[in-house]
Design a protein around this ligand. Structure first.
Ligand code: AMP
Length: 286
C-alpha cells in the first residue's frame, strides 16, 4: 500500500491506474477509522479496481468553536487498518499541501445545506463540498463511497455532482452500528460512560420507529416528532438534548408536511447534545 503526501503523487498514481485500465475508487475520511469506514472501503473494492482512502481532518469544515484541534487522530493505526482492507493507496496530506496557504475559492450549496445541521454549523457544508471536490479532482476517482450516517452530507454531495455534472459515480453505504446499536463515529471516543448510556436512547428510539413503520405510516410528522422527543429526551431524563428532529424527503431534504401522513423515501434524522458531545443519527423509513 502506498502512502502519498502530495497532490501530485496522488494524481500521478491515479493516472497510472487509468493507463492500466483500472477504475479508481475513493473513500474520503477524517481518520480515526472504525468499522463504518472499513465498510466503505469494502464497498469501494467491490465497485472499483484500485481503492484510495484519504485521511484528512479538514480545517475548513470546522466552525471556530468546534473540535478541530482535539479531533482524535492515530495515523499509524489507520494505515494498518487500510492495509488490512486491501486499500491500494492512502492520501494523507497536511493542510498546507491541501490548501496552498492562501486558497480563496470555495463551493457553496444554497438549499440543502441551510437546514438541519446547516443551521448550527453554517460554514460546515461549504468546507465539506470544497474538500470533496478537491479530492475528486486530485484522485481522478471514477467512484466514491460515502456513509448514510451523514445523510445530509450525502444528499448535498449528490446534489453537487448532479448540478456541476461531475463525472463520478457516488455510492451511499448503510450506517454501521456498535453492538449496542450506537451509530459508529470517531467522536464516540469523547463519550463518558454516563454519556454513552444516555446516548443509547437515540438509536433505540429511531430503530424502534423504523421497525414499527409499516403499521405506523399513517402517523403525522408531529406525532413522530413527539414520539422521538419522548424516547430520546424523556428516556434519558433530559440528559440528551435534541438540537433538531428532521422528517424530510431523503433526497431534497424538504420537510414533510406537518399534518400529512408520511410517505416513502423519508429520512428521520436528529442531532443531539450528549454531555459535551454533539451526535447525529438517522433512519430511512417508508
Ligand atoms: P468521517 O471520517 O467521520 O468524516 O467519515 C468518513 C466517511 O465515513 C463519511 O462518508 C461518513 O458518512 C462515513 N461514516 C462515518 N461513520 C459511519 C458509520 N457508522 N457507518 C457508515 N459510514 C460511516
Amino acid at each position: 500500500m502506498k502512502v502519498l503526501r502530495t497532490k501530485q503523487e496522488v494524481s500521478a498514481w491515479a493516472d497510472e491506474q487509468h493507463k492500466n485500465g483500472l477504475k479508481v475508487g475513493l473513500v474520503p475520511t477524517m481518520g480515526y477509522l472504525h468499522e463504518g469506514h472499513l465498510s466503505l472501503m469494502r464497498i469501494a473494492r467491490k465497485n472499483s479496481d484500485a481503492v484510495i482512502v484519504s485521511i484528512f481532518v479538514n480545517p475548513t469544515q470546522f466552525g471556530p468553536n468546534e473540535d478541530f484541534e482535539k479531533y482524535p487522530r492515530d495515523e499509524e493505526r489507520d494505515l494498518a487498518l487500510c492495509e488490512a482492507e486491501g486499500v491500494a493507496a492512502v492520501f494523507a496530506p497536511n493542510p498546507q499541501e491541501m490548501y496552498c496557504g492562501d486558497s480563496s475559492v470555495v463551493l457553496q450549496e444554497n438549499k440543502l445545506s441551510k437546514v438541519m445541521c446547516g443551521i448550527s454549523r453554517p460554514i460546515h457544508f461549504s468546507g465539506v463540498l470544497t474538500v470533496v471536490n478537491k479530492l475528486f479532482n486530485i484522485s481522478r476517482a471514477d467512484v466514491a463511497v460515502f456513509g448514510q450516517k451523514d445523510a445530509q452530507q450525502l444528499a448535498i454531495i449528490r446534489r453537487m455532482v448532479r448540478d456541476l455534472d461531475m463525472p463520478i459515480k457516488l455510492i451511499g453505504a448503510p450506517i454501521v452500528r456498535e453492538s449496542d446499536n450506537l451509530a459508529m463515529s470517531s467522536r464516540n471516543t469523547y463519550l463518558s460512560a454516563e454519556d454513552r448510556a444516555a446516548a443509547l436512547n437515540i438509536s433505540k428510539t429511531l430503530l424502534a420507529l423504523q421497525a414499527e413503520w409499516p403499521c405506523n405510516a399513517s402517523w403525522t410528522t408531529e406525532q413522530v416528532k413527539q414520539r422521538i422527543t419522548e424516547g430520546i429526551e424523556g428516556g434519558s431524563n433530559g440528559y440528551v438534548k435534541l438540537e433538531y428532529i428532521a422528517i424530510v424527503d431523503a433526497d431534497k431534504l424538504e420537510e414533510r408536511d406537518a399534518s400529512a401522513s408520511l410517505t416513502s423515501n423519508t429520512l428521520v434524522a436528529i442531532a443531539a447534545q450528549v454531555g459535551k458531545t454533539r451526535l447525529i443519527d438517522n433512519v430511512l423509513v417508508g
